[in-house]
Design a protein around this ligand. Structure first.
Ligand code: SRM
Ligand code: SF4
Length: 573
């Protein structure tokens, strides 16, 4: 199977490769260390494995210094991420997750940029109970993190119902069929009995992944034009639905996207995937499987920061990867078909799908579901879940759709929406509706600056500029992350901020509104005052000089304010 003409990069395997290798298919000593009561944490090796089970050990960074002073171990706690293909959950599932966040988590839910739930603040002793309760509602956390295929995304807005449901079924299929086969998760968390003598041979345990799994995480998303809500070009593997005569003809296949990079390291960069051809719907599993095996065989297992598939594609060359894919498939992809995206944002408010069901997209700032002062969001959604007969759909922009409401039930749901003051975002500026921030502090161990807790405050101030410039209803995407890993897909925000240090950000401009062009750095290491000064100059100019229908990201490029990034490889230039 391995092509002797192609090579993975030389170099000793990274420490994580060793950990996976010794782990007996992701078991490690997790079972034992989770029972140990001496520390609320777990050793680093097991934490690396834990990711494959959908969880990370974190510590509350707000408490770090104080605990250090008191000579206490860090305030260890676990983050738990669910696997929720396409972001669809039933009301029963919502209630279970809501309850678990209350009982074992920090009382809030984070709706993530990959359409799933995260819970924070779970103590070690409550992890097993939490995962078992998740399992009891037919959900799991398998492969939500780790060096495997992650939660498969798909368009969330069901206003194109027929296509939407077909595409959703395919996302679910991909997510299920690309799961690791090891029984480690079932044994450790669900008390499944171990089979004596297992594991047998590699091929039987993990026929696709093998014992080392992938060199790095792998992400798949399915978009249905004209909506690019899932940012298909940011995925390792993207499928773009081609609809002909109202029917799903198939998908254009795009490979090699990813957002993360490290400050000051040009060998790392965000990249957009490239379209390589077209396949019919029955072929997408085969394509996904073969693409994954190419990354398995040729990805960089030595240097993790260069291990994503985007680097494999750029190193080997798109053409070479295509030929390799077609060799593995034993057939050729058809020529890519035409498509056009208009936005990577969400459409808010009520829409009626083609099956006559109603869907209400609401704005959830930073994806955080909590009870705030004067805004009982979590309670409201719980009350809705108690009577709702349709579904909930988590969007890729951290928002929520109360979906599949019958005309008969609409008034009841609307009454609750009004009672609790839930919003379709229309009370806010379009800028705020188009905002997205990663978790960052206090839970993310990699955060260099605030994001989720700060972006709303910054937007309050930018809104004054926007209002003065008469741009309140102008859709502009704004994204902030606490570090360059790009969890809120910063490089695809028309205005982007990436944390550098506490209170300091690099500012990016020039991404396309439809998610088809990356941004570029405009100013480095600036604080709030400088950010506002820059925007005070640029936004009114946009208001005055833009052409008809011209989006902000296109304007700043045309006006020469920033140079266009034409490929990830010139992102830093
Ligand atoms: Fe992410 C790591 C949160 C979507 C790129 N991401 C992390 C960790 C687990 C930090 C860590 O490794 O210790 C963060 C946990 C924070 C916390 O306290 O919860 C974290 N990522 C998130 C979420 C929750 C952000 C959010 O606010 O919604 C998103 C969860 C997605 C999900 O449900 O699966 C999230 N992360 C993304 C995305 C967006 C996407 O996938 O569409 C990206 C950019 C796309 C990509 O992968 O290229 C992303 N996260 C990263 C990276 C950089 C990976 C890279 O190879 O470049 C890291 C760091 C790493 O893997 O070493 C990371
Ligand atoms: Fe953490 Fe950085 Fe991801 Fe934000 S972008 S959640 S700071 S890893």
């Amino acid at each position: 199977m391995v092509n002797p003409n192609l090579k993975a990069p030389d170099g000793p395997p990274s420490d994580v490769e060793g950990i996976k290798d010794r782990s007996n298919y992701l078991r490690g000593t997790l079972e034992e260390v989770m029972q140990d009561r001496i520390s609320a944490g777990i050793p680093d090796d097991d934490n690396r494995l834990m990711k494959h089970h959908g969880s990370y050990l974190q510590d509350d960074r707000d408490l770090r210094n104080e605990r250090q002073k008191q000579k206490l171990e860090p305030a260890y706690q676990f983050m738990l991420r669910l696997r929720l293909p396409g972001g669809v959950a039933t009301p029963e599932q919502w209630l279970v997750v809501d309850d678990l966040a209350e009982k074992y988590g920090n009382g809030t839910l984070k709706l993530t940029t990959r359409q799933t739930f995260q819970m924070h603040g779970i103590l070690k002793w409550n992890m097993k109970k939490t995962i078992q309760a998740i399992h009891s509602t037919m959900l799991d956390t398998i492969a939500a993190c780790g060096d495997v295929n992650r939660n498969v995304m798909c368009i969330s807005n069901p206003d194109q119902s027929e296509i939407h449901s077909e595409v959703y079924e395919l996302a679910k299929m991909l997510s299920n069929d690309l799961l690791p086969r090891t029984r480690a998760y079932h044994e450790i968390w669900l008390d499944e009995e171990k089979v004596a003598g297992s594991p047998e041979v590699d091929e039987e345990v993990e026929p696709m992944y093998g014992p080392l799994y992938l060199p790095r995480k792998f992400k798949i998303g399915i978009a249905v034009p004209p909506s690019n809500d899932i940012d298909v070009f940011s995925q390792d593997l993207g499928f773009i639905a081609i609809v002909e005569n109202g029917k799903l003809a198939g998908f254009n296949v795009a490979i090699g996207g990813g957002m993360g990079f490290s400050h000051g390291d040009k060998a790392t960069y965000p990249q957009l995937s490239k379209v390589i051809g077209f396949v019919t719907p029955d072929k997408i599993y085969e394509v996904a499987e073969k693409v994954i095996t190419i990354q398995r065989d040729y990805g960089n297992r030595s240097v993790r920061k260069n291990a994503r598939f985007k680097y494999t594609v750029d190193r080997l060359g798109l053409e070479t990867v295509m030929v390799e894919l077609e060799n593995r498939l034993g057939w050729k992809l058809d020529e890519a078909r035409g498509f056009k995206f208009d936005t990577n944002g969400d459409r808010y408010g009520w829409v009626k799908g083609v099956r006559g069901k109603w869907h209400f997209t609401m704005f959830i700032e930073g994806g955080r579901v909590a009870d705030f002062e004067g805004y009982k969001l979590k309670t409201a959604l719980r009350e809705i879940a108690k009577v709702h007969k349709g579904d909930f759909r988590l969007t890729a922009n951290q928002n929520l759709i109360i979906g599949s409401v019958s005309t008969k039930d609409k008034a009841k749901i609307e009454a609750l929406i009004n009672e609790y003051g839930l919003t379709d975002g229309s009370r806010y500026s379009a800028l705020r509706r188009g905002s997205m921030a990663c978790v960052a502090l206090p839970t993310c161990g990699l955060a260099m600056a605030e994001a989720e807790r700060y972006l709303p405050v910054l937007v309050d101030k930018i809104e004054e500029i926007v209002d003065e410039a008469g741009l309140r209803n102008e859709e502009i995407t704004i994204r902030m992350t606490g570090c360059p890993n790009g969890c809120a897909r910063h490089a695809l925000g028309e205005i982007g901020f990436i944390g550098k240090a506490v209170g300091k950000y690099n500012m990016y401009l020039g991404a396309a509104f439809d998610g088809s062009r990356l941004s570029k750095m405009y100013r480095e290491n600036i604080g709030e005052e400088e950010i506002l000064n820059e925007l005070r100059a640029i936004l009114p100019r946009y208001a005055r000089e833009r052409q008809d229908g011209e989006h902000f990201g296109d304007f700043v490029v045309r006006a020469g304010i920033i140079e266009a990034t034409t490929d990830g490889t010139n992102f830093h230039d």
